[in-house]
Design a protein around this ligand. Structure first.
Ligand code: SF4
Length: 270
């Protein structure tokens, strides 16, 4: 595939993901506005929609030619292999899942129906981390199912990473009641599982989705907005911060910056 075709394909995928206007590509490869379904090329005929300018209303954002500057580097100590703690000694994702299944280290065990340790490829090049299980996840024991999960699957597909080739998990493995934010002590109790999962998978890139994941993996209280557009490091692994898919469902305006973020992640994966 030529670079031009690859760019066109990426742009069309972006449009599909973001729900933008349909476009057609001229023979020169330039995107042109397409006629609307009723044959109009502007929005003035119905008297409600403001007229469009002569230039295309939607243009592909140029692929980033440079990576964002470096951000935070966080290198938490590993678990003690010689302690009685079984987490650092777990050698597989299945072993972690078994430990999570019987875990009572925090109050979130009390109302859970299923633990949700995470799922995906053990050799994944991307680990995507969210906040905690929601209602459907608690019912199924699987991360990112339901509407937010469907959107995440689309986002991953748009960067040529089928969901099954990614390891997807959350900071806490049991559902917080009423979908509240996990509390500090709950995160502190649960995060050794996440850190060990990342150690086992050894991804090329980590995608932190939402403020809780970003702040936990970078050991910071900075806002999500200030953490975006930087290449952070978690134990040396590049880490990109973006919005949580559930937030995108509430605020579609964040889809475009999310697209920018995941494309940076994709470039880092290579
Ligand atoms: S949230 Fe984590 S630490 Fe708390 S009970 Fe569940 S698995 Fe254990």
């Amino acid at each position: 595939m030529t670079d031009g075709r690859a760019l066109a394909r990426e742009f069309l995928e972006q449009q599909r993901l973001l729900g933008g206007d349909p476009v057609i590509f001229s023979q020169t490869g330039s995107p042109e506005p397409s006629p609307q379904a009723d044959g109009r090329t502007g929005g003035q005929a119905d008297g409600n929609t403001p007229p469009r300018s002569a230039s295309p209303a939607v243009r592909p954002s140029a692929p980033p030619t440079e990576l964002p500057p470096p951000g935070i580097s966080y290198d938490p100590p590993g678990g003690d292999l010689f302690s009685n703690d079984p987490v650092p000694q777990a050698v597989s994702l299945e072993a972690i899942a078994q430990l999570v299944a019987s875990c009572t280290k925090c109050r979130l065990c009390e109302a859970r129906r299923h633990t949700v340790p995470g799922e995906g490829a053990p050799e994944a090049r991307l680990v995507a981390v969210g906040e905690g299980p929601g209602r459907v996840e608690d019912e199924t024991g699987r991360p990112f199912v339901g509407p937010a999960g469907e959107l995440l699957t689309k986002i991953l597909g748009a960067i040529d990473l089928p969901r099954e080739r990614v390891f997807i998990c959350n900071v806490v493995k049991c559902r917080p009641p009423e979908n509240r934010l996990p509390q500090f002590d709950e995160i502190a109790a649960c995060v050794p599982y996440l850190f060990r999962q990342i150690e086992i998978v050894k991804p090329k890139v980590i995608l932190a989705m939402g403020g809780t994941a970003a702040q936990t993996l970078l050991n910071t209280k900075q806002s999500l907005g200030s953490l975006r557009n930087l290449v952070h490091r978690f134990r040396g692994i590049p880490l990109i911060v973006t919005y949580h898919p559930a937030a995108l469902l509430r605020n579609p305006n964040w889809k475009k910056p999310t697209w920018d973020d995941v494309r940076i992640a994709r470039r880092l994966i290579g």
